[in-house]
Design a binder for this molecule. Sequence first.
Ligand code: NDP
Length: 398
Amino acid sequence: MARKIVLLGATGSIGVSTLDLFEASGAQVDILALTAGRNVALLAQQALRWRPRVAVIADEDRLPELRQRLEGSGVRAAGGAQAVIEAAAMGADWVMAAIVGVAGLAPTLAAARSGAVVALANKESLVCAGPALLATAKQAGGTVIPVDSEHSAIFQVLDPANAAQVSRLILTASGGPFLNWNKAQMARATPAQAVAHPNWNMGAKISIDSATMMNKGLELIEAAYLFDTPPGKIEVLVHPQSIVHSMVEYADGSTLAQMGLPDMRSPIAYAFSWPARMAWPAPPLDLAVVGALTFHAPDDDRFPAIDLARAAISLGSGGPAALNAANEAAVAAFLDRRIGFLDIAPACEETLDVMDRSGALTAGDGDPIEAALAIDAQARAVTARVVGALKAPLEART
Ligand code: NDP
């Protein structure tokens, strides 16, 4: 029987890899909905190939064009943020949550509420509202399966029967494109240089996060929530080859690692086939060709984002939501060339500090999702002020 699928963020890097995996594996899928933000041309092309019940474009201004492109195809076109949420709740067996940023929170939550298996790529929704999201999925009888390669790795080697004997989770990090750059070079880094990841082909926002290593900071928070592990038991290890995707250390001295080529179709395949494994024409890992696997501790001076994530989580659930919002706003400012690369982390730090000192991080007794979104909005406003106050000349940074 074909599994009923909803693909949120179909036109992004993860969305395209997911459809590619379905194509390559010949998986039996009945796609209920494909959604995108603004890329009408690719969404329409995907819809004509996969014939979902509905194709949804979040940017409503583009709905007429989507309708026109899908005319006569039998695929319904819909538009707007609410239509994305409705698509998430269509009653799929499996939902890929691959919208980028906090924009993914409401649709991911709707998918969790529907009781589907949620393949979670959208780490920002977990960072903002992890406990509420996981509790919602559990209550609805659904499951959240990590897609992020590091968390997929841990999920694959973490033995629930021996959870009490886990002494450390070790997240590996490629180190990004600036692993060997000094601070003076990093200060002048351009968006084009920052998105040029050495190992992974990803969307712009996560590529910048990899360059600042904020991606690893967000992943640390993600791991703390997903695996119910105190941040003090989660470590980061730089591993430039991106072959070991993460590790679990047990109290008996054994460390279990999961390995594979840096190809997101592998963790997506595991999230799709879990608890079984599926065959697809996966490029084989040849360790004789890879040769050396190297590891070293991260440089917290050039990459302060991991410490920032630890600080954020120590502030309670509002801290990660504020950090995530500040980072999204600061990354957008960097991509627009309004700030320099090395301004991103300090802008996040100052936002966290302002939010903490003003008491804005203390969530009330109300709906945790509303609370997370309120903190998100407030933190973005603070970051906008912080970014606006930066006076360093742009030409020094380009
Ligand atoms: P992309 O930027 O490539 O794609 C993002 C997707 O979200 C696109 O389909 C985009 O549509 C859609 N989108 C953007 N804004 C909105 C919005 N406001 N409403 C609805 N849809 C929207 O990102 P990635 O695929 O790289 O990443 C997706 C998520 O997965 C992120 O949270 C990222 O951190 C995570 N992730 C990604 C990995 C990777 O290898 N790429 C690895 C691990 C995690 P459009 O194309 O029309 O703009």
